[in-house]
Design a protein around this ligand. Structure first.
Ligand code: CDP
Length: 806
């Protein structure tokens, strides 16, 4: 080979394919203020909508008078439930099989519930009008405590369902009960507990929190009366689902609905579902014949759109004296608020919560979840998580620490003893999940070595002795966790949304000059899809990533897809992209064989070309083949070079990680100082290590916020007391600790490129790691479990309860 001919490795590097730290192409526009968000969408003659909202947590609506609102200069119309009833839209179906009021119909069931929608020439006029909607209320008893929801005399939340004994998921036990869902083997688990040497039981609550995308939910609806077409711009994580649900609700034929998600500024599950703002904007556009924009305020976002968690888990573990787990059992009350608008796959009212046996080899396990109604906002979304996996990971990782404490074992040693071993994969859990691949001991060992775990424990021992002697007022905590994730919903046999199988898709067109476009049914909200899908194509097809445009978010052009949430883009659409490439490559191989006058089987692939086996000088590059596909195809072959793939994954993927947190607590102020946070993630084959690191930094920052300060809190009257960033902790660069990231790479055996998802892992693993560290600081004083969030006040209170301020 002559000196100028680039080697295969050099050619591969130039493609910037999988494994390359390719710079994010979307950042060119984002960092220059050139993104195109819903707020940038301005249509001629556009109107603005604003809600009047309930000041009460529970009340009967006796009268709504819109006269004063309608008289505000610039106000064009006011919608109430009565208006919506004329088009049969006063209530809408939810993804969870319930129904939800679009505008208050006789009652309000949570504070800030939507009561009337005022449409005006400006946002300000709409807001003035909304203030002047006159509503007469009669207050009703409130319940915001899920643990009291099924008490005999609890206030009735849903009058409309009071007599109904069957819900979307079977029998209802009580008028505030939504569903019961169970998994595992109850009899075998109960038997194992009877025989157990050691057991623990703890109520582990994961408080109600809220995803905080910087861009709130918003939309612009434009109904064309002449064509009968509806165009809907919005902050949608799943545009096709919005189109289908929109058609089912509005009865507008689906081909007449055009949904466009432009750039989206963060989603985290908050932008999956359908909200009253979307429905009201659509109706308002139909009524007025003009485009209508709805923009949610921060307070509206924090207090009304989909919350997350609010799971209260009574967790038990059984183990032998020498520290081998024998069973786990968990009873959970899930607070779904006033309507069950949880965005889960249809068959899973408690999501994938039965991943709760985590990374450990439990011979038997059982869980039961009861969903209940309260006077709180609806939702229950997978906030940077796969349908309740975060709650499950938090619960098992706290419980493992509590058991280690009872056994007098080091929490890392206890985990190491019970982790599923490498040779057990593919591993079937006690709940029936088939974990695809893992090497857990290697990950935990690497993590422990990286932080010098042994030395940290020695330092902690000395500090504890010094504390007991009164020489310091600081406590040192070490949190260690190993999590297993379940992402990539999903195999259609297990997952659907309203009957639509949860597959995903990619359509790739290669142009004659060897560049191309890939369109997908997913939607990036900042995860860098435009960069990474192109990298998959670069490696698969041997075309430079820079030559591939990636387009998402337009239902008219993208093949049908179920959207982006629950780290499903890489496991499902990443696989679809690779499979579409392989269809293209198969055609290109036939064209190459024809051009080189050899049989297809005599060709081999080399980075960016097919070459003749044993005669590598004779080759055709993919760029040459792209040109040939448009002018020199073999006789009988269709011209062109494109493919679409709808990928129904055979299984979920199971990423995992080992995290360690070291922190110091000042017992007199409750101040927590995170000294060190180390995160090792394994997401199988890594497409872009730089983007993965960014995802982990972002997710850990969210986890820090959740563990150390976030809670959507309601007082007893149903007032939400944390509806702004003044009261709801959103960490900034000032509070956020430094992150150390690391990795191992255990490919998924069933994914075409061996990749698993990663986006949500740091949120899933980060929260229990922080909480374990805080709890570990107090464990030697006999404390077993301090509930989250661990803000200064609550940490101080925990110290007070332990008598540390005496
Ligand atoms: O569905 P979502 O995009 O939120 O999650 P994801 O599939 O975990 O991907 C998040 C980002 O990380 C995307 O840009 C992926 O391409 C990238 N990623 C990667 O580079 N390698 C992986 N094995 C997994 C994700």
């Amino acid at each position: 080979m002559n000196a100028q001919t680039p080697t295969s490795a050099e050619r591969a590097e130039k493609l910037e394919g999988m494994g390359c730290k390719r710079k994010r192409v979307e950042d060119i526009r984002f960092t220059q203020g050139k993104g195109n968000y819903v707020d940038d969408v301005k249509m001629p003659n556009m109107l603005y909508g604003e809600f009047n909202r309930s000041p009460y947590g529970h009340a009967r609506v006796k009268k709504i008078d819109t006269t004063k609102a309608a008289a505000v200069p610039g106000v064009v119309a006011v919608l109430t439930a009565e208006t919506l009833k004329t088009v049969n839209l006063a209530w809408m179906p939810t993804l969870a099989g319930d129904v939800q009021m679009v505008l208050a119909d006789g009652y309000v069931l949570f504070q800030n519930q939507e009561v009337a929608f005022v449409i005006a020439e400006s946002r300000e006029a709409a807001a003035d009008g909304a203030d002047l909607v006159d509503v007469e209320y009669e207050q009703l008893p409130v319940n915001v405590d899920p643990l009291k929801a099924m008490a005999p005399n609890a206030p009735v939340i849903r009058e409309d369902l009071k007599g109904k004994t069957e819900g979307a998921h079977g029998k209802r036990k009580h008028y505030n009960h939504i569903f019961s869902w169970q998994a595992g083997d109850k009899a075998a688990t109960d038997a194992a507990f009877t025989k157990a040497d050691v057991t623990i039981k703890e109520l582990i609550s994961y408080p109600r929190v809220h995803p905080c995308p910087l861009e709130t939910c918003q939309c612009v609806a434009s109904f064309d009366k002449i064509k009968g077409d509806l165009t809907l711009y919005g902050t949608f994580q799943a545009p096709h689902v919005i189109r289908t649900v929109g058609s089912l609700i509005s009865k507008i034929p689906e081909h007449k609905i055009h949904v466009i998600s432009p750039d989206v500024g963060g989603g985290f599950g908050n932008k999956v579902g359908a909200y009253p703002g979307y429905i009201c904007s659509i109706v308002a556009s139909i009524v007025t014949g003009r485009p209508v924009k709805w923009t949610e305020s921060r307070i509206d976002n924090l207090s009304t759109t989909a919350f997350a968690r609010d799971f209260h888990m009574d967790m038990e573990i059984a183990a032998t004296k020498d520290g081998k787990v024998t069973a786990m059992r968990c009873y959970t009350i899930a607070d779904h608020g006033a309507f069950d608008a949880c965005a889960n796959a249809t068959k899973w009212p408690a999501g994938l919560f039965s991943i709760i046996s985590g990374s450990y080899d439990f011979p038997t396990a059982y869980c039961l979840v009861d969903g209940v109604y309260t006077n709180k906002a609806p939702g229950g979304v997978a906030y940077r998580c796969s349908f309740r996996v975060t709650e499950a990971a938090y619960c098992i990782e706290r419980a493992m620490d509590i058991m280690a404490q009872k056994l007098g074992m080091d929490p890392a040693d206890f985990r190491m003893k019970n982790l599923i071993r490498r040779e057990q994969f593919p591993y079937t859990s006690a709940f029936g999940w088939q974990y695809d691949s893992g090497d857990y001991q290697t990950a935990l060992t690497k993590a422990m070595e990286a932080v010098n775990y042994k030395k940290l424990r020695e330092e902690q021992k000395q500090k504890r002795e010094a504390f007991k002697r009164g020489e310091t007022r600081e406590l040192m905590g070490i949190g260690v966790i190993h999590f297993t994730e379940i992402v990539g919903a999903g195999p259609s046999r297990a997952c659907d949304i309203l009957g639509i199988a949860m597959f995903d898709s990619a359509e790739i067109r290669i142009h004659p000059t060897g560049s191309g476009i890939c369109r997908l049914g997913t939607k990036s909200q900042g995860q860098g899809h435009e960069t990474t899908y192109a990298q998959i194509i670069a490696t698969e097809l041997g075309l430079p990533a820079d030559n591939i445009a990636v387009e998402e978010g337009n239902t008219d052009t993208a093949p049908y897809g179920l959207g982006t949430y629950g780290s499903r883009s890489t496991p499902v659409s990443g696989a679809a992209t690779a499979m579409a490439c392989r269809k293209i490559k198969a055609k290109a191989q036939m064209i190459a064989a024809y051009m080189l006058e050899v049989h297809d089987d005599d060709l081999e692939w080399d980075v960016d070309r097919f070459r003749v086996k044993g005669n590598p000088e004779r080759s055709k590059t993919m760029t040459e083949l792209a040109w040939a596909a448009y002018h020199e195809v073999p006789p009988g072959m269709e011209p062109g070079l494109e493919a679409v793939d709808y990928y129904d994954p055979p299984n979920f993927t199971f990423p995992f990680g080992a995290y360690i947190c070291v922190l110091d607590i000042d017992v007199d102020t409750g101040t927590v100082n995170v000294r060190r946070f180390y995160a090792l993630d394994d997401c199988g084959r890594r497409i872009n290590p730089m983007i993965i690191e960014g995802q982990i930094h972002g997710g850990l920052t969210e986890a820090f916020g959740i563990a150390m300060g976030q809670e959507i809190h309601y007082d007893d009257e149903g007032n939400v007391t944390t509806a702004s960033f003044l009261d709801y902790f959103l960490p900034t660069a000032v509070e956020t600790p430094h992150w150390e990231t690391d990795w191992t790479e255990t490919p998924s055996p069933h994914h075409p490129i061996g990749a698993k998802g990663v986006g949500e892992s740091p949120n899933v693993g980060g929260v229990p790691c922080f909480s374990n560290a805080v709890n570990d600081a107090f464990a030697f004083l006999g404390s077993t479990h301090i509930q989250m969030p661990h803000d200064h006040w609550r940490v101080w209170t925990a110290a007070e309860k332990l008598g540390l301020h005496a």
